[in-house]
Design a protein around this ligand. Sequence first.
Ligand code: GLU
Length: 616
Amino acid sequence: MRSRRLKGITGSASLGAQSALVILLLLTSGCRSLDATQVKAASGFTFVNEQLAPEPASQITASAQKVKLAQDYLAVTANPYATAAATKILAEGGSAIDAAIAAQMVLGLVEPQSSGLGGGGFLLFWDAKNQQLSSYDGRETAPLGADENLFLKAGDGQPVGFVEALIGGRSVGVPGMVHMLGRAHDQHGIIEWPLLFDDAIELAENGFTVSERLSTLIKKVPALQARPQMARYLYPDGQGLLQGGLLKNKDYALSLKTLAAGGPNAFYYGAMVEAMVAVVGDDANPGQLSMRDFSQYQSVLRKPVCKLIFAYRFCGMGPPSSGATTVLSILTMLESLEIEARHNPSLVSAGVAGDAVLAHAFIEASRLAFADRNKYLADPDFVSVPVVGLLEADYLSQRASMIDLARRSKLTPPGSPSAVDADAFMTGLSLELPSTTHLTIMDASGNIVSMTNSIETAFGSRLMSGGFILNNQLTDFSFAPMDASSQKIANRVQGGKRPLSSMSPMIVFDAKNQPVLALGSPGGRSIISYVARVLYEVLVLGQSLPQSIAAGHVVEAGNKVRVESAVSEDTVKALGDMGHVLDVREQTSGIHAIYKTSLGWQGVADPRREGTASGR
Ligand code: GLU
């Protein structure tokens, strides 16, 4: 293996100087949000399961690799290969950013359905030396030539069906992940950029073992063969890849070598771009991505959204992600309800899944928070998003006072935060289907990365270029640009705009402003429920992190509440009695977290997926 060269000694690659089923419904103001089933029913669109790569039902599996106690450094990622690549970099003195890049390049190979070079995401970085938190926005952008008609039928102007929008070039946004990682590496990398690609290149050239999860997905969705490159890659000889088989990806190895040698700019100028633009533009369902869209792409360093709740400072990604704003809104409403103070003493062990009053409060707070999310949140470069007003204590305690702790509210309309013309915002809804990946890494200097990356739905647009899958992130926009009264919806498609996201990478700080917990998850809009529940149970109730992550999820889903079978029967029954319609089904969260305990830092990988935790 080549010895690791450090940045600054031999220089580094640089970005800087060189240059749902969304049928977004027209919900009238004041309407409650709808779940997927309702959206389908309302739109007349049929959900084509075979084409949408449902994630395999999760089995809770215990494994020694799921929990790791460490003193120096720690990596928790969605796949053992990626965790190994990250810990190797950390052992060599690399920073959390270096390790995150090495791990992400491996994830793009071994977990290609979830994230990769063809996607985007959000990254939080805690700089221990300077005691500073940064948040990076690497969200995809719509082509500059796109407009609000992108997902409307030419004839009647109605939104197209989800599959019609999804498969092919039309749903592909400019991938932002490479730009984001390049920018973060410029600022916080230690090891030289080209060396971060070694492990991924080696695995792509010599092969990796196909995991059960990848092979199950491929088996379930023969329609993934809709496009020839993906068909050739995932179904060699017409057969879906089998678990345990060795898979090589020479095209991906070549792409990685190009990026390693050319730096992040090699992704935004030149041959790689030409190839992606051609794949998107020549498709039967073409998109409008151009070379100019790539050369103009910029990741953005944004101000993190932080709020003091329950004596902790919770920080996360602001718009265009709705993640932190919605999670913080839920937690603030729970704080104002003071459930844990006035409820039963066994709440710690019970958690949300084992206590009906708490579960109910959690659901109702989530419904109120989502109502605001669906109305007010969008790309802040296009819409003046009232994040401050939405998180004001008075506003949220007034919202929380609408919660009846004995029964489900009939309506949970969006509110009117201060200093906002509420009538200027129209409620929209987009359904984000679960795919995506989250990793959390801490290096030996105490720097922390909490990063969520995605190509949107599993296997993205079904288009491949250079050995990686291109995202379908544009389906996170509202398909419909206006509501029934012809008022514009904040999250409508506009050229160069970023679609609204639910990704929720978070880092939480104690009273001395030191990090205590960092986490995130895949799961579309369910991410918000997964993350909010675990933060509440661990930091407020005092549950252990592994216990909380493995406990049954309770997920706000419009008119329904999705609960896992691990949620106690008593809770399910009581929730039903309070008026909730329950949909019992397993979830595919992939919560990857680190937590400061009295014994050291504890890394935990979600038992529902194949992730692992490792460190020293
Ligand atoms: N596209 C979704 C978002 O940006 C993520 C999809 C997922 O997590 O599966 O929030």
